[in-house]
Ligand binder design. Structure first.
Ligand code: ADP
Ligand code: MG
Length: 228
C-alpha cells in the first residue's frame, strides 16, 4: 500500500474551548496504480483527510503511512521531505504563477527542491506532452484555458515521480465536457505512472471510473464501494 490511514481522528480549534471533530476514525488505503474517489457532502471532512494523507496536517490520533514511511514517527523536516518526494497535489484552483510558462511551472518543484532544472527539462516536456500540452509549453497561465491550466497542475504534481497523488475537486471549476476529459486523463496517468491516487470529487463520472469509492458523512467513512 502506498497510502494508508488507520483510525485517523482530527480536530480543529473552534472558539476558545471547543474543538470541531473534522475526521472521526477514518481508515482507508490506496495501492499503487489505483484511484480511490472520496466523496460526501460539504464539510464532511474530505479536504481534511487529504491534508492528513499529504502530511500537511498531523492528526490527533491514528496511523498514517505514505510510501512505506510511518508519518507519525517523522519530525517536521522528514515529513516535509517525504511530502516533497512522494506526494503530488492537485487542487481545485490551479495555483499557477502568472509569470511562468507551462514548462517553468512544471519545473518549479525541481527548483524548490534545489535541483537543476536543466537536467529535468526533457522530463517536464514529456509530462506536458502526456497531458496534451506539447504545443503549449511556452504559454503562460493567461494564455491557457481552465482545463489546460489544470493539466499543467497535474503534470507538475507528477514531476517528482510521487508514490501518492492527491486531488481535491480538480474538476469542479470545469464544464462537464472538460471535466470528463480530465477524469479520463487522471485514470490513464494513475495507471501509467503507477501512483496511488486519492481524489475528492462529486462528479458521478469520476466515481464510476474510480477503483473504489469512499463516502464520508460527518467525519466518518459512511460507505466503501469497490467498483471493480
Ligand atoms: P470538506 O472538504 O468535506 O468540505 P473539510 O475537511 O474542509 O470538509 O471540513 C471538515 C470540518 O472541519 C468542517 O466542519 C469545517 O468547518 C472544519 N474545518 C475545516 N478546516 C478547518 C480549519 N482550518 N479550522 C477550523 N475548522 C475547520
Ligand atoms: Mg473540501
Amino acid at each position: 500500500m502506498s497510502l494508508v490511514l488507520d483510525n485517523v481522528t482530527l480536530t480543529y480549534p473552534d472558539g476558545d474551548r471547543d474543538r470541531v471533530l473534522a475526521v472521526d476514525g477514518v481508515s482507508l488505503s490506496v495501492p499503487r496504480g489505483r484511484l480511490v474517489g472520496l466523496t460526501g457532502p460539504s464539510g464532511c471532512g474530505k479536504s481534511s483527510v487529504l491534508s492528513v494523507a499529504g502530511t500537511l496536517i498531523t492528526p490527533d490520533s491514528g496511523h498514517v503511512e505514505v510510501a512505506g514511511a510511518t508519518v507519525e514517527d517523522l519530525d517536521a523536516e522528514d515529513r516535509a521531505r517525504l511530502r516533497r518526494e512522494q506526494v503530488g497535489f492537485v487542487f481545485q484552483h490551479d495555483n499557477l504563477l502568472p509569470d511562468l510558462t507551462a514548462l517553468e511551472q512544471v519545473l518549479l518543484p525541481v527548483h524548490l527542491a534545489g535541483g537543476r532544472p536543466s537536467r529535468h527539462r526533457a522530463r517536464a516536456r514529456d509530462l506536458l506532452a502526456e497531458v496534451g500540452l506539447a504545443d503549449a509549453v511556452d504559454r503562460r497561465p493567461g494564455q491557457l484555458s481552465g482545463g489546460m491550466r489544470q493539466r499543467v497542475n497535474i503534470a507538475r504534481a507528477l514531476m517528482g515521480e510521487p508514490a501518492v497523488l492527491l486531488a481535491d475537486e480538480p474538476t469542479s471549476a470545469l464544464d462537464s465536457h472538460r471535466a470528463a476529459e480530465m477524469i479520463d486523463l487522471l485514470v490513464r496517468l494513475v495507471s501509467e505512472h503507477d501512483v496511488a491516487a486519492l481524489f475528492v470529487t462529486h462528479d458521478m463520472r469520476a466515481l464510476d471510473d474510480a477503483d473504489e469509492v469512499v463516502r464520508m458523512l460527518d467525519g466518518q467513512v459512511a460507505e466503501l464501494t469497490h467498483a471493480r
